[in-house]
Design a binder for this molecule. Structure first.
Ligand SMILES: Nc1nc2c(ncn2[C@@H]2O[C@H](COP(=O)(O)OP(=O)(O)OP(=O)(O)O)[C@@H](O)[C@H]2O)c(=O)[nH]1
Length: 870
């Protein structure tokens, strides 16, 4: 089939041709049609201007690559005597040139004017294309006219960078070496990662020293163990510990002892472990000051072994609290990715063992009933923790050659074997040369080992491989980052992790440093430089901003950096003045919520709250940019107040009588501001949740509602109606409007419209209640938690599959949800049409109250109807 319509005028051939539908689709850039025509098996090379030439003339790279993949002839000349490579080089179509080179296209071929592809790329200033041609092995000495080489063409057209590149390749004679460096090799190489967590003094540093100790040093390491020897604590049974950990005063402390030198920040070391090979060990300090930075470094990977240490000298309750804290800490920061990736195990390690706390079996392993009980209690308290190793390693961290260390090494070896195959094609000469060059670079940048990404690209090209493309360097950075050689954060590349973890994070968040910072936590760059003149202030501030420890603000035309983490200002008196006449009238609006982390996650908010304050400041800046200048934000230690002309919102971090931390958000407005208050409060809650999600995307949140009656009378600690109480009432009630809940402190009843909608019935038409929403509206962290609970096969079949049947999913859909590489529950939740209410009911009927409870506690209370999408 052919069509008379001609794209010839735009291509410039003298005659007009009849074009095939493929040529027309290629010319007009219609990707779908080109794909369809290729799949229908049409002729690809009708010419003389083939579909490939026509697509290239219009710079439709995607279509050109589709045609090349389908087998289009790439050596044909068009009516201009140009081959596809000439057109691609003229227009700088890197992906196409790359594909053509990979297909073995001839590069020593001239166009009608005698120009080679290299000349065309040089003339038009396409440096990346010149690199690609050189890497593909084109002849650098080809010339046209009066012996004009491509470097001369580049100079003539003012592209000095290209001329220099070509000169360098010719002068060094290294072109082939550079080109070879870019090709993946068959070398197998895994660098394992060991992450070590635990409270201060549990033995992290000692364990790492012992792990890396050679045979000789092993002889000298035993002495450290002989110092501590407390009496053996009594061993309560597992159920008793469980009750203690969940109900008693929480006794987690994160202080370090004065009796030894505590690790500051994050200590990152490369170890060469005999029989295992290269391992990067990340020791995360147990001091709380540093926790707000850890999420940047916690990404699950299959090459990672995570050790959570606890001390057998501590009481069983404290052991469980600490182990749970760290597992929750890690899971909150990375859990939602766990259902998608195969990750390395988490292993509990019980330290400070001796013969009063355990017995040695015949294989020389310590057997500690206390440690085992701790593990069992942790498994019960956090039932959705995946990849938790089924036994505890019991050790004296100071005794390197002992059985527990052999056990640890054999785990590392297994992890290495499991991952070796996946590394095929990862190792390149570029990576190898960069690794040795990095050592020099670190010396050169000793004072401040941080480089902008763009500058790093240039440095790699000048010092390692002039032919490396942007894609090569991007992949290289990714590899180096994963290997623990560098750390990429935003547009910055930190080239010394030791400096980053110990000197930057270790110093700037140390207790001593915090004792000397400004109480307001606000600095101009000059103030910062004056206060800490040993550091490069601007560079440090930039890095701190990338770590989200501070935020840049403009105040009266001056740049300032606000560090909520340094803010030590006490709560100001009169912040929530009960005598303020605007909020004393009977019609004044009050409302608020308490955000709790899901059960048993104590103490996580301390490290998150400064990030929430950064998020609030970001929102306030965005508001003022939108000319909404009437918003003011005041921040102090663990508190913020957001004010508009009429409304006041208080956001604070507090702890309840069960020692559970929560974030309280309360709002008040003068009479007749109910709708304004409602939308404003929803906005603030959203901002706070965003701040939490930045640090802890896996944290499952509960939203409890504050007693409006008690807020109105300025009760210091108003009662909060638990989220599951509201969800249950909504499921059981015929009409949401009639729901009333009883405040167990005052015994008074409050209506759900008063509690959630500031008593404004008009708002009912502007929202959907949570239980009537489709399950797709469940927060992502909740879906992943359900996935972790429902994916594993259940002894009575009460897993995702039975749920799918109950929800009425057809067998074909269930078959599509069944997968080994993805979470079946996640797929089910995407496929089903059911509401959150129906999901809860089905989970209950299935006998999975554990999961029904999760949804009851964490499902959204309401959602504002978006008129644009409804
Ligand atoms: N007896 C005995 N002593 C230990 C053991 N592990 C650590 N210690 C001692 O406890 C003290 C603290 O040990 P570290 O290894 O520094 O503890 P850490 O967890 O690194 O502590 P931070 O650096 O504060 O986070 C040192 O005096 C160690 O010698 C152990 O398994 N048995």
């Amino acid at each position: 089939m052919s069509a008379p319509l001609s794209p010839a005028s735009s291509c410039g051939p003298s005659e007009s041709f009849e074009f095939t539908p493929l040529q027309l689709a290629a010319h007009w850039g219609n990707v779908q049609e080109v794909r369809y025509l290729i799949d229908s098996g049409v002729q690809l090379d009708n010419g003389p201007d083939t579909a490939l030439h026509l697509a290239l003339r219009k710079c439709h790279s995607t279509i050109a690559i589709l045609l090349l993949d389908a087998g289009a002839n790439f050596e044909l000349k068009d009516t201009h005597e140009d081959c596809p490579i000439h057109i691609a080089c003229t227009f700088g179509l890197l992906n196409v040139v790359h594909t053509l080179c990979a297909l073995g296209c001839r590069l020593e071929i001239t166009d009608s004017r005698g120009l080679y592809p290299l000349h065309l790329a040089a003339k038009n200033g396409h440096t990346h294309v010149v690199r690609c041609l050189c890497a593909a092995g084109c002849n650098l000495d080809v010339h046209y006219g009066d012996n004009i080489r491509a470097d001369i063409t580049a100079l003539k057209y003012g592209h000095n960078e290209i001329a220099e590149l070509l000169d360098k390749l010719r002068a060094t004679g290294q072109r082939d070496t550079y080109a070879r460096q870019l090709v993946p090799t068959s070398k197998l190489y895994v660098r394992l990662i060991v992450r070590v967590f635990g409270n201060c003094g549990v033995g992290k540093t000692s364990l790492i020293k012992s792990l890396g100790a050679g045979l000789f040093s092993t002889l000298f390491r035993r002495s450290g163990s002989l110092q501590s020897n407390k009496s053996r604590p009594s061993s309560p049974i597992s159920a008793q510990i469980e009750m203690d950990v969940t109900s008693r005063q929480n006794s987690l402390t994160f202080e370090s002892s004065a009796s030894y030198k505590s690790t500051k920040g994050i200590h990152i070391q490369n170890l060469e472990i005999s029989n295992v090979g290269d391992v990067v060990v990340w020791e995360f300090s147990g001091q709380e000051n540093y926790f707000p930075t850890y999420h940047h470094f916690l990404h699950p990977s299959p090459q990672t072994l995570t050790l959570v240490l606890f001390n057998l000298e501590d009481s069983p309750v404290v052991q469980v609290q600490q182990a749970c804290f760290w597992i929750n800490f890690i899971m909150a920061r990375e859990a939602h990715e766990w259902s998608l990736f195969k990750v390395g195990p988490i292993v509990l390690v019980a330290t400070h063992v001796d013969s009063t706390r355990a017995i040695k079996n015949q294989q020389g392993e310590w057997v500690s009933p206390d440690a085992q009980t701790t593990l069992e209690t942790v498994e019960k308290l956090i039932p959705d923790v995946q990849y938790l190793h089924p036994s505890v390693i019991v050790m004296d961290s100071n005794v390197p050659a002992s059985q527990p260390f052999k056990h640890l090494k054999s785990m590392l070896l297994t992890l290495k074997r499991d991952n070796l195959e996946k590394t095929i094609g990862m190792w390149t000469g570029l990576l190898e040369s960069t690794l040795s060059w990095l050592a020099h670079l670190r010396k050169e940048y000793e004072q401040f080992p941080v480089i902008h990404r763009k500058a790093f690209y240039d440095l790699v090209r000048t010092s390692v491989n002039v032919l490396a493309s942007d894609d090569h360097i991007r992949a290289l950075l990714h590899q180096l980052h994963n290997m623990g050689e560098i750390f990429c954060i935003n547009e910055l590349v930190v080239i010394s992790l030791a400096w980053f973890g110990l000197q930057l994070i270790g110093e700037f968040l140390s207790t001593e440093f915090l004792a000397n910072v400004r109480a307001t936590g606000v600095y101009t760059p000059d103030d910062f430089q004056a206060s800490f003149n040993q550091f490069d202030a601007l560079g440090t501030l930039q890095l701190m901003e990338a770590l989200e420890l501070c935020i840049q603000c403009e105040v009266d035309g001056e740049t300032e950096y606000e560090f909520p983490i340094y803010n030590q200002t006490e709560t100001l008196p009169g912040l929530w003045d009960s005598g303020d006449p605007r909020y004393r009238t009977t019609g004044a609006c009050y409302g608020g919520v308490r955000l709790y982390a899901s059960s048993n996650c104590h103490h996580l908010f301390t490290s998150i709250f400064p990030h929430i304050q950064i998020e609030l400041r970001r929102a306030a800046i965005a508001n003022s940019c939108n000319n909404d200048n009437d918003t003011d934000l005041y921040q102090w230690h663990h508190g913020s107040k957001l004010c508009t002309i009429a409304l006041e919102t208080l956001i604070t971090l507090d702890t309840d009588e069960r020692s559970s931390q929560y974030i309280e958000i309360k709002i008040r407005g003068p009479q007749q501001t109910s709708q304004y208050c409602f939308y404003f409060l929803e906005n603030v809650i959203e901002t706070v949740l965003q701040g939490i999600a930045r640090v802890c995307p896996g944290l499952v949140m509960e939203r409890h509602i504050l007693s409006v009656h008690q807020l109105r009378i300025h009760c210091i600690e108003p009662y909060a109606y638990p989220s599951q109480l509201l969800s249950t009432a909504m499921l059981e009630s015929e009409s949401t409007l009639e729901i009333t809940l009883q405040n167990t402190e005052t015994e008074k009843f409050e209506n759900v419209i008063t509690l959630a909608l500031f008593g404004d019935v008009e708002l009912v038409s502007k929202i959907h209640w949570g239980c009537s929403l489709k399950v797709q509206h469940l927060p992502i962290a909740v879906k992943f938690k359900l996935a972790r609970l429902l994916d594993p096969p259940h002894s009575h079949g009460r897993d995702w599959c039975l749920l799918a049947l109950r929800l009425g999913l057809e067998p074909e859909k269930i078959a599509t949800a069944d997968s080994h590489s993805h979470s079946c529950t996640m797929r089910l939740l995407a496929l089903t049409d059911c509401t959150i209410g129906a999901l809860i009911a089905n989970l209950q009927e299935l006998g999975r109250n554990d999961t029904a409870e999760v949804v009851l506690r964490t499902s959204p209370l309401l959602q504002i109807i978006d008129n644009a999408t409804e």
